[in-house]
Ligand binder design. Structure first.
Ligand code: ADP
Length: 167
């Protein structure tokens, strides 16, 4: 038996439209559990996003560059296929409230049917972020609220600019 263990690799998929402090909290905690974490912006042509793929990738990269073992990518594939491509056997999702549970559970079961070797692991939302979503951020930004409590400071100006330009 060799003493070598394979690196623990996880994928954290999402829309991140835009990344919030809740997402960043999950990324930070996952980066402590796993050797490598791929944060993957999933591209879904049926969904309407406020921020372009490039903007979302740039926002996450700037906010998460402090974590050495975190990489930011995007994919148009099924998340389990992307995970296999990365040799990741864990998909991380964040759970905020009961309202997240049904759809997250359904997705986890579906993914395990497609690819039983990839597990979904749920991290409970940090207690200060259970109310926080990208939708709340976009709504607050429209009303000119202070975004410092909601999103990483590195991206506040960009979000405000975007909202202003959209009128
Ligand atoms: P998706 O469209 O895939 O739900 P999101 O960007 O909305 O993409 O969310 C990505 C993941 O992050 C999901 O698992 C979601 O439950 C989780 N998440 C979102 N906001 C928070 C938060 N405030 N705290 C913890 N997890 C969160």
């Amino acid at each position: 038996m060799s003493g070598e263990t394979s690196p623990k690799i996880a994928v954290y998929p999402g829309s991140f439209d835009p990344i919030t402090l809740g997402h960043l909290n999950i990324i930070r905690r996952a980066s402590r559990i796993f050797d490598k974490v791929y944060v993957c912006v999933m591209v879904n042509s049926a969904k309407k996003y406020m921020f372009s793929l490039e903007e979302r990738l740039d926002f996450i990269s700037r906010a998460a560059c402090r974590f050495q073992n975190v990489e930011v990518e995007h994919s148009e594939k099924l998340v389990v296929e992307y995970a296999k491509e990365k040799n990741a056997n864990v998909i991380i999702r964040g759970l905020r409230a009961v309202s997240d549970f049904d759809s997250e559970f359904q997705m986890a079961l579906t993914n395990s049917k497609i690819e039983p070797s990839v597990e979904t692991m749920f991290l409970a939302s940090g207690e200060s972020y259970t109310y926080l979503s990208s939708t709340v951020v976009k709504e607050m930004a429209k009303y000119g609220a202070d975004l410092g409590k909601f999103v990483p400071w590195e991206i506040i100006d960009d979000i405000e600019k975007k909202i202003k330009n959209r009128g």
